[in-house]
Design a protein around this ligand. Sequence first.
Ligand code: COA
Length: 219
Amino acid sequence: MAKSIYILGAGGQGHLVYGLLVDLNMGGQVMGYVEDNSKRAGELSLGKPVYDSDILKNLDRNETLLVSGIGNSIRKNFIEKAKSMDYSFKTLIHPSVIKSQWLRTGEGVTIFAGVIIAPEVNIGDFSYVGISSIIGHDVNIGKYASISFGVNISGSVNIGDMTYIGVGTTIREKVSIGSGSFIGMGSLVTKDIPDHVLAYGSPAKVIKEINENDIKKFI
Ligand SMILES: CC(C)(COP(=O)(O)OP(=O)(O)OC[C@H]1O[C@@H](n2cnc3c(N)ncnc32)[C@H](O)[C@@H]1OP(=O)(O)O)[C@@H](O)C(=O)NCCC(=O)NCCS
């Protein structure tokens, strides 16, 4: 029998992931969304119930799969908690994705509709690539990274762990973006960007240093 699926997160990203599961003909397996300290527990969201994370104490690990549905890197804490409880995460790739045979994905990666991925691309654990993004050849994306909608990543680009790339951003070839950084929407990234900074603009400039709490305020 097909396993039950729970989506971690019941916000916009949770809805996107539910839509992706429906497109994969897996909508019937979705039992609902799970949130930490949920204020919406018991409500329906796109017709599926929202549960508090207490439910994770009682589910059968062998019959349950989790998928990540949280859009920023703050998902790391929740995912690590679920992993420590022996849950497994599923990688989801939309049927419309055009990808080479040389794509390597880690655990719990999500690739949304219309994405195109050139050869020799690595996408680390629990990262996602948003609708209509294009990833060039020889690109490395770290763990817990978030690539929003319509992002264009040129060849030989590196993106660090837990970094967020805002909607519609374009990144020049051979550029490295550090870990824990946030690139604002519509940016044109022409030079390397260090760890833990907010950068945006055309060309993108570092605006300030940031930490995990700042990211919660951005998205
Ligand atoms: C970068 C970002 C986090 C900044 O948010 P913020 O701190 O609330 O910034 P503000 O809206 O207060 O803007 C501050 C200034 O920066 C400018 N600015 C903000 N984001 C910018 C961007 N991406 N590019 C150029 N300028 C930008 C604003 O116009 C404003 O300029 P001003 O002081 O001259 O009026 C936000 O703009 C952003 O890009 N978020 C990501 C959006 C996204 O990708 N969403 C996809 C998920 S659905």
